[in-house]
Design a protein around this ligand. Structure first.
Ligand code: NAD
Length: 295
């Protein structure tokens, strides 16, 4: 397949490389040229302009930081929608609000194009290892058409419902992720403050009812686990700024249905403060530092 790939950052870079390794012809575009070069070194082609990037593509994938970036890429005067062949399928893997996903799909349908939303879970490790979970929203035919390509970058492809449903499911997941990461940090800090070794406490909770993903594969306590951001001064991984974006999306989603999510709202407040204290670019497991006991 000829694949156009937009946004080769922490996630998109390794995802595009996995598509190259699966034998696809991949043309990449990013605002940051060094990131494009890193993927070209692995066998992709540099796209040049956005319109050149999509020329002849069977599949167009975007992995961008925000709804504004997604709208900027596809829509408006400079939008790339009008340069994409009608037979192509657009897969937006960015985490954005469901309303923007639906609006994009509507604009695309007006010119005969199909879009699915396919945000991902699994982090940078999952992107590198090709073990991501894709959470799709869109027509069944389109999701099935995307499935083999998505399976080149991941291990699970879920169909959550109509366009936008992938984004809703992703936001529910990330709200829960924020809550259990903060809870995990609180428990580890409480144990440490009372004389326990956080590594031993982690092992105990992993075999007990406190077990969760943050403890299993993303331990926030420096030294408790190798090859995770806490072992690397919280560099790389999933930025606090991006978690704040997701928690804002979660709160918008709650308000839209007059729902209740007090734990999500508290997580949003805590991550908001943590980001405002200059930690926005650190991995989200760095929230541990906010929970340290005061002298
Ligand atoms: P990132 O900032 O590392 O990468 C985004 C890339 O998009 C950057 O390289 C940027 O230059 C590029 N970009 C921005 N606007 C562009 C445009 N108009 N055209 C082309 N490129 C453009 O972010 P990331 O961590 O790779 O996250 C990407 C998306 O994946 C976000 O929506 C994020 O919420 C989601 N996500 C991230 C993780 C994670 O662990 N990092 C996990 C799941 C989902």
């Amino acid at each position: 397949m000829q694949i156009a790939f937009f946004g080769v950052g922490n996630m998109g870079g390794p995802m595009a490389i996995n598509l190259v390794r699966a034998g696809h012809q991949v043309r990449v575009y990013d605002l940051a040229q060094p990131l494009v070069e890193a993927v070209v070194a692995e066998g992709a082609e540099a796209g040049g302009t956005p319109a050149e990037t999509v020329a002849g593509a069977d599949i167009v994938i975007s992995m961008l930081p925000s709804a504004a970036a997604v709208n900027g890429l596809y829509l408006g005067e400079q939008g790339v929608l009008k340069a994409i062949a009608p037979s192509a399928l657009i897969i937006d893997c960015s985490t954005i609000d469901a309303a923007t996903a639906k609006h994009l799909a509507g604009e695309a349908a007006a010119v005969g194009l199909t879009v699915i939303d396919a945000p991902v879970s699994g982090g940078v490790g999952g992107a590198r290892g090709g073990t991501l979970t894709f959470i799709c929203g869109g027509e069944t035919d389109a999701v099935e058409r995307a499935r083999p390509v998505l399976m080149n970058m991941g291990r699970n492809v879920f169909h959550a419902g109509a366009v936008g449903a992938g984004q809703i499911a992703k936001i529910c997941n990330n709200m829960l992720l924020a809550i259990h990461m903060i809870g995990t940090c609180e428990a580890l800090q409480l144990g440490a403050d009372n004389g326990l070794d956080p590594k031993v406490l982690s092992d105990i909770m992993l075999a007990s009812s406190g077990r969760n993903w943050s403890l299993e594969v993303y331990n926030p306590w420096p030294g408790a686990m190798e090859n995770v951001p806490s072992a690397n001064q919280y560099q790389g991984g999933f930025a606090v700024d991006l978690m704040n974006k997701d928690l804002s999306l979660a709160m918008e989603t709650v308000l839209a249905v007059k729902g209740r999510a007090p734990m999500g709202a508290l997580a949003k407040n805590l991550y908001g403060i943590h980001g405002a204290q200059g930690n926005g670019r650190l991995d989200f497991s760095s929230i541990l530092s906010m929970l340290r006991a005061q002298e």
